[in-house]
Design a protein around this ligand. Structure first.
Ligand code: ZN
Length: 406
């Protein structure tokens, strides 16, 4: 068993984490502010990435303080692409052999319980674990039994036939402890179904904007395999998908229960090895790309401003806050950004102090240029806002390289 020493890797605990990318001091990306003044004054904390030279885990610098409220959801209820993606995953999991009978299904980081509904409707006994009290209460109100758990580690005992972990592990400050607790609650013949944003996608597309204080780790199959191995778990199959700019799904089980690993695991491990995920050299290109995007976006938006064109943003995701603050962009360059979530509207992005408006406002007061902060949903955005584009608004996608679509 490992325990995390000061400055040690969040997974294997060793003092072998080297810094690979530094984004300077940044506000907490999901802490939207009630007014512009508090957004400007939002506290900033160091934001830098390191890579463990032993287990390969890419992570926030181990000395980064735990920032209160640095948690977030993924806005899944407001994107058709994401909902469809979850729906297909649920259908696939419902076909697992150990779900052919009524089963116990746990969702770790269950938000409002949306993902569990398909399992409940199929007759399984579902349970959600959620740290956010409001989300847990919403889930319970909609008939999904949900317990609110505190802290980094989940302590509620139990045995589950299927344990769902969608984009939750990256939030664990102590990744080793989080994996141990998953192993503790998995029934002997249970299946662990994990989806995570792949560090490979960040590396290959230079997605430095996804880095924020809430994500303590940027996971890979390589790093998770090492963590699972310490706790008697084995990955059976793993495959990449394009959502959010690159996610990996995997199914794992207890080692030694007769299930066989298929070729997809060794294949994906080889891809990560070739990309050099855990090496500082591989990340040099991401740092260079971040600098380049900073300069290009700033000058493109300055040119639009000089030409008298109006600019708005689209989306208020945490990645947008990281991008805008890193690039030194604020309300002078982007006075407002539209988001479909009522929880975000009429608030201000921390640091950048950009007001979040409704999407309808863009149709009333059409901007000449739309900076798409939710750029991984490119096709969905172009479809949703086709009327704006037809009316002459230019769509500016900031990553992987700044590109305007007219
Ligand atoms: Zn490590």
């Amino acid at each position: 068993m490992t325990s995390r020493t000061a400055g040690g890797c969040r997974s294997c605990g060793t003092l072998t984490v080297v810094r690979v990318l530094d984004l300077g001091d940044q506000p907490v990306a999901d802490e939207l502010c009630a007014d512009a003044a508090s957004a400007v004054a939002a506290p900033r904390h160091p934001l830098s990435l390191g890579a463990c030279q032993r287990c390969g885990l890419v992570q926030l610098d181990p000395s980064t303080p735990i920032v209160p409220n640095a948690t977030h959801g993924h806005g899944s209820a407001f994107s058709g692409t994401v909902l469809e993606h979850e729906h297909r995953w649920a259908e696939e999991l419902l076909a697992l052999p150990n779900l052919s009978r009524p089963a116990r299904v746990l969702d770790v980081g269950s938000e409002s319980g949306g993902f569990l509904r398909a399992f409940r409707d199929a007759g399984h006994a579902v349970r959600g674990w959620e740290r956010d009290g409001t989300l847990a209460a919403n889930a319970r109100a909609s008939g999904i039994p949900t317990v609110q758990l505190d802290g980094n580690r989940h302590r509620e005992p139990g045995q589950y036939d299927l344990v769902l972990v969608n984009h939750t592990l990256s939030h664990a400050d102590d990744l080793d402890g989080a994996v141990r607790s998953l192993s503790d609650v998995l029934a002997p013949d249970g299946v662990l179904a994990v989806e995570f944003h792949s560090a490979l996608g960040i590396l290959e597309d230079g997605q430095f904007d996804v880095i924020c204080h809430a994500h303590r780790s940027y996971l890979s199959l390589t790093a998770l395999t090492a963590a699972f191995d310490r706790h008697g778990l084995v990955v059976l199959r793993a495959w990449p998908l394009p959502l959010h700019g690159g996610v990996i799904r995997l199914q794992a089980a207890r080692a030694g229960v007769g299930r066989r690993q298929d070729g997809s695991v060794t294949e994906l491990l080889a891809v990560e090895r070739v990309a050099g995920l855990g090496s500082a050299e591989a990340w040099v290109a991401v740092a260079e790309q971040a600098t380049r995007i900073h300069q290009q976006l700033y000058s493109v938006l300055a040119a639009h401003r000089r030409a008298g064109r109006t600019v708005a943003g689209y989306g208020a995701p945490s990645r947008g806050t990281t991008l805008l603050n890193y690039c030194g962009l604020g309300s002078a360059e982007v006075p407002r950004t539209a988001d479909r979530s009522p929880l975000k509207q009429n608030h201000f992005l921390p640091g950048a102090a950009i007001r979040v408006c409704t999407p309808e406002e863009l149709f009333v007061d059409r901007p000449d240029v739309l900076l798409v902060l939710v750029w991984p949903l490119r096709n969905e955005v172009l479809l949703q806002l086709a009327d704006l584009r037809d009316a002459g608004t230019r769509f500016l996608f900031p990553l992987p390289e700044p590109e305007e679509v007219t």
